[in-house]
Design a protein around this ligand. Structure first.
Ligand code: AMP
Length: 409
């Protein structure tokens, strides 16, 4: 048995998954939230195995979820809570000892393009990159340090969200500003959601039974954060997020693209300072800013019920999405596949159908029945006469991180 523990540490949360890699089976998942607050939130789910029922065929049992609300002071305490949950509810970490702990790290800058075994020097570099990802890298680092204390005998590997975009050509990653100023301050486009774009583009090739290196794919990762990626032969050649995960598509709370002069104007005219602008664009924009609702389910429901602000928010979201699809069709010189993934992409029939409506002349034709199918796995939603295959492929960033970890140890 070789298990990998995959960890995603946020500033006040710890998400984990224990995966047995021989059969790529999830053994348990968990989410510890409200770290540092008076009341914590702990959720530990033991994945169901196949159980033998007397007199019946073997069946899959139900996942079992355990919840707690004990306070969790910091990341070190969160790992103790996690280990206690494994001990109390299983599966046993002694029987499934992780051979490696994999950490999601948001920003790898220009230093980290590969999964990297964590050393003291690597940690210093991750800290140094915090100026590019102040909300994420420090929290990722706290998680790594706490995990090293909890699991001192195994290697820890950092997998960077930016890494898959190492192949972006200079024309795609360079902002047209003063070159020296940009270089000195590391200002360029990096791209994010790389682990997801890599997994989904690979899975698409597998699903279509085509060699990855021959495939041109547009991946639309539409979650609370959202980004598009043009993948040519398994390599990222363009992506919508930039220096930070703020650029590009309209998101739950983030604006995505806007004229940079809007910031200057709001500073001069409305007196907004940098922190206020930061909060405005990252937390109070996107679907929330336009409609007061950040959850796409609520936006679609309100729009259907005649709410004008929600309808506009949805229109702006879809208009931007269509822009990027058109843009990446041009960048790639035509695509073999367009793939929807993440919370909105995997679940919203309305968003998928409307985002690609009216593109028949470009060879893109969605089959309404396939699009509305309640099926869960990777699936085709275009019609048989669509020149471009349109798919839904559930993302699996944890499995991709686990695979990458095993590849370096
Ligand atoms: P993620 O960041 O990938 O977890 O995705 C979270 C987003 O997925 C939230 O904004 C949810 O509104 C959205 N989502 C989940 N289920 C649905 C659904 N059935 N329809 C529309 N959006 C959904």
């Amino acid at each position: 048995m070789s298990a990998v523990l995959v960890v995603n540490s946020g500033s006040s949360s710890l998400k984990y998954q224990l995966i047995e890699m021989t059969g790529e089976t999830v053994l348990a998942t968990g989410l510890i939230e409200r770290i540092g607050e008076a009341t914590g939130s702990v959720k530990h789910t033991v994945a169901a195995g196949v159980v033998s029922v007397p007199g019946a065929a073997e069946v899959r049992g139900d996942d079992e979820t355990f919840r707690g609300t004990e306070p969790v002071a910091d990341h070190a305490a969160a790992f103790r809570v996690m280990i206690d949950a494994f001990e109390a509810h299983g599966p046993s970490l002694a029987e499934n000892p992780p051979v490696v702990v994999g950490h999601r790290v948001v920003h790898g800058g220009k230093r980290f393009f590969e999964p990297t075994v964590v050393t003291d020097l690597v940690k210093i570099n991750i800290e140094d990159l915090a100026e590019l990802a102040p909300l994420h890298n420090p929290a990722n680092l706290d998680g790594i340090t706490a995990a090293q204390q909890a699991f001192p005998a195994v290697p820890h590997v950092a997998v960077f969200d930016t890494a898959f975009h190492a192949t972006l050509p200079p024309a795609a990653f360079t902002y047209a500003i003063d070159a020296q100023l940009a270089e000195k301050n590391r200002v360029r486009r990096y791209g994010f959601h790389g682990t997801s774009h890599k997994y989904v583009s690979g899975r698409t090739a597998e699903f279509l039974g085509r060699p990855l290196d021959e495939l041109k794919t547009i991946v639309l990762h539409l979650g609370n954060g959202a980004s598009a990626c043009a993948v040519d032969g398994g390599r990222s050649v363009d992506t919508s997020m930039g220096l930070t995960p703020l650029e590009g598509l309209v998101m739950g709370t983030r604006s995505g693209d806007l004229d940079p002069a809007v910031l200057i104007h709001l500073h001069r005219k409305a007196g907004l300072g940098f922190d206020e602008l930061d909060a405005l664009l990252n937390r109070r924009s996107g679907l929330v800013g336009l409609s007061g609702r950040g959850d796409m389910r609520d936006v679609v429901e309100a729009a259907d019920a005649g709410d004008a602000a929600a309808a506009l928010a949805l229109d702006v979201y879809l208009h931007r999405l269509k822009h990027y699809v058109g843009s990446y069709l041009a960048v790639l010189g035509g695509a073999d596949a367009i793939v929807f993934t993440a919370g909105v992409g995997e679940n919203s029939v309305a968003v998928r159908g409307r985002a690609l409506a009216g593109l028949e002349r470009l060879g893109i034709r969605i089959d309404p029945e396939r699009n509305a199918s309640p099926e869960r796995g990777a699936r085709l939603i275009s019609s048989d006469d669509s020149a471009v295959a349109v798919l839904v492929v559930p993302t699996n960033e944890e499995l991709e991180i686990a695979r990458q970890c095993l590849s370096v140890i």
